[in-house]
Write a protein that binds this ligand. Structure first.
Ligand code: FES
Length: 150
């Protein structure tokens, strides 16, 4: 299938199988390794990217539905060489432990703040509840998101 995608503002024309999950197009075809494979079943959130502005589990999203889509990955959050405020907060709060799930965590948090600039603690916890962290960094994740809230 000839697939047209815009990823982090760059246009790509790719020849891939219809049932290829977006995750593998990002990692294997485009070499964007920041998006991680966790459960592979849409359950953990490690593979979260934005598709047309919506947080999406790329491991369980076949590209056949994505022709013409705009994708943002963790690599696309920074602008002009400057980290996204959430990325700076992650560093300042020392959020990551093993770090594996954190790109998905940040992408989910970025969607929350893009749509709810001043979320309450409950809204943050609810929004982040679908992203699992085996190291249990949840309290630092909430603190990092709260630190960038207006
Ligand atoms: Fe996609 Fe777990 S790897 S949700």
């Amino acid at each position: 299938m000839a697939l047209s995608l815009t990823v982090n503002g760059q246009h790509y024309s790719l020849d891939v199988e219809l049932d290829t999950p977006l995750l593998w197009v990002l990692r294997d075809e485009l070499k964007l390794k920041g998006t991680k494979f966790g459960c592979g079943a849409g359950l953990c959130g490690a593979c979260t990217v934005h598709v047309n502005g919506q947080p999406t589990r790329s491991c369980s999203t076949p590209v056949e539905y994505l022709d013409g889509a705009e994708i943002t990955t963790i690599e696309g959050l920074s602008e002009n060489g400057e980290l996204h405020p959430l990325q700076k907060a992650w560093v300042a709060e020392g959020v990551p432990q093993c770090g594996y799930c954190q790109s998905g965590q940040i992408m989910t948090a970025a969607h929350l703040l893009a749509n709810t600039p001043s979320p309450s603690r409950d809204e943050i916890v609810t929004a982040m509840s679908g992203n699992l962290c085996r190291c249990g960094t949840y309290s630092r994740i909430v603190a990092a998101v709260e630190s960038v809230v207006d």
